[in-house]
Structures are given as structure tokens and as C-alpha cells.
Design a binder for this molecule. Sequence first.
Ligand code: ZN
Length: 257
Amino acid sequence: MTARALAPRLLPLLPLLLPVLLPAAMPRSLPAAQQPGGQAALAGTAPASACAPATASEPLPPAGSGDGRAAPPPPPDPTGGDYRHRLQPTAFGWPRRDHWCVWIEPGASDGPAARWDLAWSQAVSAALETWREVLPVSVVDEPERAQVLVWRRRPALRGGRASHGRAELELWLVQRVAAPALEPRVTVSISPGQRPEAMEATALHELGHAFGLWGHSDDPADAMAAVPGPTPVRGLSPRDRATVQWLQRQPGLSPGP
Ligand SMILES: [Zn+2]
């Protein structure tokens, strides 16, 4: 059965677009110094089925009626050790996965842009490595193998406001090695025009959204803080870890009964 044939069964569906803007308070100076070293290495071996190329895929069609409200957030953790209650599930459940496949826009291999691209690539790779402390993530060479696409670009102005990063979630019906299934598809834009530490913090935050943390912490020490503090957060706090670990115990996307 093709994805196209299955799609009508999934109506009514919610077009899910959860743009999350990073506040424009992030530092925006250009890199003062280049980081030494070669291309950041990222191991990218995935289980064969996890990052198989899609043979068919299509986005969920827009809902016609506007009834497709997303599900409510969960109640807070009684111990206060995480910020699960600030996360927003989709109407089809939690956009989490057991294994994520990430594609990163390649940089220029030579010429004047190469060193700037390298700084961006290193920042994104460092952020991805941080998430790999708590999540299975593979880096893939082809976009059709990925659920998360990371682009080197400044997000378009939205509401007249600039931001250095943005993550946008869609739900797609994708066929890989098995029957078509709902998958999150996240487009992440990370601006290259920042200091390396700020780029890494931006990438860490936006990748957190991509990996299912669709909400913001109220603590500036968390990677997923709504309002970043004066120092870029380049690591996961205990609350970040506890929240993602809680998320990974929840059921993933499901088309419903
Ligand atoms: Zn955010």
C-alpha cells in the first residue's frame, strides 16, 4: 500500500507547524576567531531500517475545520524535576522517535566560504553530539533518509523580529522499509552569523525542539529556556535530561483508531 493510498484514512488531520522563535536577545556578533581543526567528525552509522530512504512520503493535508486541536500538555512532574508540563504534543501524539536521522547541509569545501561554513558545521556537530548523550541520533548523507534537516541560513523575519534559529515541525506519512507511518519532519534553520558559542547554543536549543521538546523551560540554565541567559547554554541541564527521558517513555505518533 502506498503512502498516498493510506493518507485519506488519516483524516481529519492537523497541519502541524510549530515554529519556535529563539528570542532575538541572543548574541549576534560575527565570529571573532575561527576554531582550529578539520571537519568535525560525526559517527553516522544507523540501523539499516532506522534511516532507510523514503520510497514514498507526503505531508499530512491541512485540516479543513480547525477542529484538529493539539492535545493538552501533560500534568507537571510531582517532583518538579523536569518541565514536561510545558511541552506541547501534537494531535497525533508525541513527535518523538526511538532513533533520529539527521541531515546537515554541507558546507563549501573550498574557497572563501569554507572557513565560515566550517565554524557553523562544528557548532552544529557539537550540539548534536550533546544530544547524543541522551538520544540515539545518526547523521545521514541524504535528506530523504532524515527526519531532521538542518540548514545553514538565517530564519526569515517573522512578525518583524529576527532570530538566529528556528525549528518547524510537520507531520508526514512516510514509507521506508515497512508500512507507511507517521513521522515528524523538522526543518531547522541555524544562522551562521554568530559567535561559535552562540551558534552552538542556538543549535542545541533548536535541535531540542526537533527531537520533540516543543515547548520552553522557564529556567535560563536549561538548553530549552524560553529566554536565554547571558551565557550561551552549550550543555544539557539535569532538567533538560529528565524532560527528554520522560518524553522518550511516552508513546510516539499514531494515526489514531
Ligand atoms: Zn525555542
